[in-house]
Design a protein around this ligand. Sequence first.
Ligand SMILES: [Zn+2]
Length: 111
Amino acid sequence: MIKPKSHKDSYTLPIGGVPFKVSFQDKVFDEGDECDGLTSGSEEKIEICSTLPGHKQARVTFHEIIHSCLHVGGVTQILKGDQEEAVVQCLEYMLWPLVDLRPEIKDKLDW
Ligand SMILES: [Zn+2]
């Protein structure tokens, strides 16, 4: 069972050599709408909702890491509208089972 993270559990994750700050907030907003997580590529930060259960936080963090990868890799900049979200969701759904089955990977990533 994965323990939920809170404000004090913030950490930095190197994504393609760029240090992204991962922090946990009571509420996360994307353009005014409450959401589970958010990535700001330009600010090099990821925010995760601290009230989610631990396993959900891990999944949302994984989703946001993919957004960060696309930003650092220059892919976000060539996608339009909802294309980025479609790519992120595809990768999340394809790759998460691999991570979820390997607890040692989660441990190394501090999830
Ligand atoms: Zn997303």
